[in-house]
Write a protein that binds this ligand. Structure first.
Ligand code: FE2
Ligand code: FE2
Length: 264
């Protein structure tokens, strides 16, 4: 059983985005903003997938975890949609239009997947995305990226979102395992999903870099190497997100956001 709390938080984005930074810093910031741009399309797709999966789940605890997973994702993408308004407003109208066109292409893909792809494909996509994101979130937490004073574009949305990604890391894997269970299918379609998803991050990132008249560099930092190491472990037939040890500080972050959340 995963211990998942649903925290309704609405962040505000008043601090202007600062692109007047080194190439190395820009190479870290831009893909994060690209990731934010994908969220209002990717996360509703994950929620639609869980909506179809839940009636087929015979384990009541896993079904409840899937409901909470969906509620968490719902709060994530609503906040990212706000940040994305600020991102688009930070660029010239032509670049903002291009960003919106990429969003539309991504939305069209995900609507098509929901309508036309079998559930096993959609849960493999969900797990491929979650395994990759959780690897990145864990490496970022370990590197101190969510510590107080860490400056990320958009502020605390990242610490909250990534801490909850770590919190619900077992759910998509559990749903895939319960409904499909094939290692080869997970690797084949999960990897395809990661390629598909990352191709959109790349499109958003290149569009933003072009809009800024800057070149996009991919910095090789210890944190990026740790992300890759963690990601490669997800390919193991013995991979089980329930066995991942929590980096220090994640529990404190979750407690912080529980205290900040609106309680209904
Ligand atoms: Fe999320
Ligand atoms: Fe997630």
């Amino acid at each position: 059983m995963a211990d998942i709390s649903v925290r309704k938080i609405r962040f505000t984005f008043e601090e202007p985005l600062d692109f007047d930074v080194s190439d190395e810093m820009l190479g870290s910031i831009i893909p994060m903003l690209g990731l934010s741009m994908t969220m209002p399309h990717l996360e509703p797709y994950l929620i639609r997938t869980m909506r179809v999966a839940i009636p087929q789940i015979t384990d009541p605890q896993l079904a409840e975890d899937a409901r909470r997973f969906s509620q968490q994702e719902g709060h994530h993408y609503r906040n990212h949609a706000k940040l994305n308004e600020q991102i688009c407003a930070s660029f010239e109208p032509a670049t903002a239009d291009e960003l919106r066109a990429i969003e539309q292409a991504m939305e069209d893909d995900y609507q098509r997947f929901t309508k036309q792809k079998p559930l096993r494909f959609n849960v493999a996509y969900a797990e491929g995305f979650e395994a990759m994101t959780c690897s990145s979130a864990l490496a970022m937490a370990e590197a101190g990226n969510f510590d107080e004073g860490a400056e990320l574009p958009g502020g605390e949305i990242w610490a909250w979102h990534m801490a909850e990604e770590i919190e619900h890391r077992t759910v998509a894997f559990g749903v895939f395992d319960h409904l499909v269970g094939s290692y080869l299918y997970r690797i084949a379609w999960g990897t395809w999903a990661q390629w598909h998803y990352l191709s959109y991050i790349r499109r958003f990132s290149l569009c933003m870099a072009k809009g800024l008249g800057r070149k996009l560099t991919a910095p090789s930092t210890p944190m990026n190497r740790a992300m890759l190491r963690r990601y490669l472990r997800t390919w193991s037939p013995r991979y089980d997100p329930a066995k991942i040890e929590m980096p220090a500080g994640v529990d404190a972050l979750l407690a912080r956001y529980s205290a900040m959340a609106e309680h209904s």
